[in-house]
Write a protein that binds this ligand. Sequence first.
Ligand code: S3P
Length: 439
Amino acid sequence: MSEIIRIKQKLENFDKEINIPGDKSLSIRWVLFSSLANGKSEAKNLLLSEDVRAAINAIKKLGIKVKLNNKFCKIYGNGVDGYTYKKNITINAQNSGTLGRLLLGLLINTKYPIKIIGDKSLSKRDFKRITDPLSKFGAKFKLNKIKYLPLTIFGSKKLRPIIYKESKGSAQCKSAVMFGGMRTDGVTKIKAKKSRNHTELLSRYLKLPVIVKKRKNFDLIKINKINKIKTLNYEIPSDISSAAFFIVLTTLMNKSKIIIKNVNINPSRTGVIKILRKMGARINLKNQKIYKGERKADILVESSRSLKAINCPTKFNNSAIDEFLAIFLVAAKAKGISYFKDLAELNEKESPRLKWGSKILNQMGIKTILTNSTIKIFGNPNLKIKKKIIIKNYLKDHRVFMTSTIGALAFGGSWTIHDKDSIKSSFPNFLKIISQLRK
Ligand code: S3P
């Protein structure tokens, strides 16, 4: 039985400095790249969440040695062709779309079929978007009901490079094809709508045969087969998608201030900052640095004096894709009607998030107008929550849980939020950090 939390009181003002865990996208990519390196790679501040543990378990199943404790993770790669495993293995990607999808790119040359399974939420998500392009390389797939997990991948030794147009703005699709290209002789070419570019930056840092040309609305990427990867010692910067909940909480509070240390501020991830600043949030980036190709900074947030609605430019969508639920809370308090559009992809996440955003706000007493790809939010700067709010049956989407918690702490009212264990997939110490703000 999963635990329930009850929140009946707004949070008191705070002035704090916090550290949050490592970035999930970078942690999973570090695990996958290191599993192909020649020798020992070591990470510090690796996110120790269920998604990343699932990635570690996956490479262990593929015969890679891993040493893990609270301070570091060491991965002992055996080179790009160093996976060793028995026939008929099953890999459980649990809740992680990133793991399930990226890994398939690395497995297109598998000598034995491999079965990929996931939890209830992942089993409702579209894998055809990955298996379609990977089939073109020459791998074969058997999927449940055409597009879902469980799936089985049948690798090929006769792979051919592909030309692929990625038009959803999905970094998972782009990265899976990049990994496929790294397994394949010849030049794989991708024209990709802009999305997070961690795979490209890590490839550049590792000096892999990947060339990226940036255009205004898309990137052109060329990938060649990799023969060797050097080991990768990496101190993972903190996750802006986790930081976003504290950015939003502080923005919504009165007379509060927070410094979030050492956060990844890759421009392909900072849409939340750009959107919230336009709405009146006070966010500053301090101590900016470049680390192994990625940018990081301390994020200083002060409570906003007034918030205004936004007609959100769609150019921010991909760089804020995981933060919209939290952003919607700010729209709930903003003066005016906010409008977010072209967001059908939000319903493809761990839960149908556009719908859940609307459900949470409606329970708070905020009017919304929802379509398959848009939401209008009728903000109320004087919102007082009157009804009891219950949040449950949301496929344990970690971001639904955290958004609801932040809503409860910022707006007050009486909230019952089910499935506390959902935070384990991305931000296991989320509630601990909330309690640090109380002291
Ligand atoms: C991710 C890409 C995004 C994002 C997910 C992590 C990644 O998904 O929502 O949380 O690490 O590549 P899509 O590629 O489906 O947009």
